[in-house]
Design a protein around this ligand. Structure first.
Ligand SMILES: Nc1ncnc2c1ncn2[C@@H]1O[C@H](COP(=O)(O)OP(=O)(O)OP(=O)(O)O)[C@@H](O)[C@H]1O
Length: 354
């Protein structure tokens, strides 16, 4: 994620009209066929490559992907900070810029947007003065968990407190949609916990939230839905449990001396069989069948079955084994030098599409 100093929360907003609640039937985000490239012919980076994203009001969605996957580029387009080369976006039925002008969407970026000599309360009051109608300053400070440090100068605030200050500023217009771009990068564990407890209390009130993160555990803990992106494309979209299931099953480990590797590999559902120091490790979609075989047809002992976690799914679904950055090669190809899925495909691509 680039450390963008773009800060819609301090951008000179046009005076917003009194915030009318968006019609409930409208999607919070409706993005179709988004494309965005950078660079020139021959060395073009396809940062966003055909993204379709529909988010219903009240959903809390994590946008998860490795470096350079296209998260910031997508968020910038949702915020109207850059224009897609192709495709369309509406936020509560409006263009991104119109939605921002009406106070329907706010953002918490990683950095920027704060003046170090102001106090916390002065910062929020100053931002509020840019709007024609806002939530009371003390109320947003309280909701962001920083009312007790309202008199503290920004430069004396920790990184976590500064992020909660950005969050308070974003709450001023009581937006229907809140977009957070890697909001906890660089924070210590306590700062992250405090930040997320403020956000969690807020999402319980029904706000739609999209957050980009590198932290798998944050996506797992705080999102209703995880959208996994890789090289500008959505490679999986579902609940954390659904995404974990996409990492195809479980691993069965056992100490075996008389195993027949070919027979094991032939069991339906088995993806791979590895042997190390007398211990077999079998990845499979049907752990029961493998366990049954090992316990009845071999001398297997010490059998263990482990489920794959979100990290396994993340690696399986977003791993760039060919090291390509999504840019065009000199020949106009995508720069990859071979298949990167275990089956020769381009890796799993399961849009469970909720
Ligand atoms: N202004 C730009 N000019 C050229 N290339 C860009 C520009 N912005 C982004 N890119 C490229 O587009 C791709 C996607 O970048 P983006 O910042 O959207 O990814 P990201 O998923 O947010 O990554 P990270 O988690 O590392 O921030 C990368 O290859 C990046 O180098």
């Amino acid at each position: 994620m680039n450390n963008s100093t773009t800060s819609p929360e301090l951008a000179p907003h046009p005076q917003i009209s009194p915030t009318a609640p968006p019609p409930a039937a409208l999607l919070a985000v409706d993005a179709t066929g988004l494309h965005k490239s950078f660079g020139t012919a021959g060395r073009k980076v396809h940062a966003v490559n055909g993204v379709d994203l529909q988010i219903r009001p009240g959903e809390v969605v994590a946008f998860l992907g490795p470096n350079g996957a296209g998260k910031t580029t997508t968020i910038d387009m949702l915020l109207g900070l850059s224009k897609p080369d192709g495709g369309s976006i509406t936020i509560f039925g409006l263009s991104p810029r119109a939605a921002i002008a009406q106070g329907l969407v706010s953002a918490v970026m990683q950095s920027g947007g704060l003046l170090k000599d102001l106090t916390v309360r002065e910062t929020v009051s100053l931002t509020g003065s840019l709007f024609s109608q806002t939530q009371p300053v003390d109320e947003v400070l309280e909701r962001a968990g920083i009312l007790d440090i309202a008199g503290r100068r920004v430069e004396k605030c920790s990184g976590g407190q500064q992020q909660r200050l950005r969050f308070a500023m974003a709450l001023l217009s009581d937006p229907g949609l809140l977009i957070l771009d890697e909001p906890t990068t660089g924070m210590d564990v306590e700062g992250r916990r405090d930040f997320w407890s403020a956000i969690r209390a807020d999402t319980a009130r029904g706000r739609t939230v999209i957050f980009a993160t590198h932290y798998l555990e944050e996506a797992d803990a705080y999102a209703d839905r995880i959208v996994l992106v890789r090289r500008g494309e959505i490679v999986a979209d579902g609940t954390a449990a659904e995404i974990k299931n996409l990492a195809s099953g479980r691993t069965v480990n056992a100490s075996v001396h008389n195993a027949d590797a070919a027979a094991l590999a032939a069991i339906p559902g088995v993806d791979s069989v590895e042997s190390r120091g007398g211990r077999l490790s079998i990845r499979t979609k049907d752990s029961d069948a493998v366990a049954r075989y090992l316990l009845t047809a071999t001398d297997a002992v010490d059998l263990e079955i482990t489920s794959h976690n979100l990290e396994d799914a993340f690696v399986a679904l977003t791993g760039d084994r060919d090291g390509s950055d999504g840019s065009d090669g000199p020949d106009g190809s995508d720069g990859s030098d071979g298949p990167d899925g275990p089956d020769g495909s381009d890796g799993p691509n399961d849009n469970t599409g909720k």
